[in-house]
Ligand binder design. Sequence first.
Ligand SMILES: O=C(CO)COP(=O)(O)O
Length: 137
Amino acid sequence: MSALSVPPAPDRRPYVALVAHDARKDEIVKWAGRHAAQLARVEIVSTGTTGGRISEAYPELSVTRLKSGPLGGDQQIGAMICEGQIAALIFFVDPLSPMPHDVDVKALTRLATVYDLPMACSASTADLIVNGLLGAP
Ligand SMILES: O=C(CO)COP(=O)(O)O
């Protein structure tokens, strides 16, 4: 699918948003591998680079890639949250590095809170969310 537009809501399956900062991309790829059977039951939407890494590692998963985070991808996912298209946000943030798009990161986590969306910023909480929403592996 195009990396340029927010896609329409899928017919049947909710989106789970997967996003990670560079320092944590290896970690989210590993995490997605542990949950691949569960993630195969949903549509995944990701910021550009994160989505590329996950698709490359697990071509069997359905991953829609948006813009890269610093180029607006976080905001695209925020818009999808507003439109009720996202069931959960798994966002492995890097808390140790300054980000040029810090305002976008804050806006995304803020919207997840506004809409009471299940949101995880690390693997242990992401495990609980995915097991809770999608059942045990
Ligand atoms: O920067 C990000 C989230 O704030 C992630 O974007 P990428 O997946 O394109 O690296």
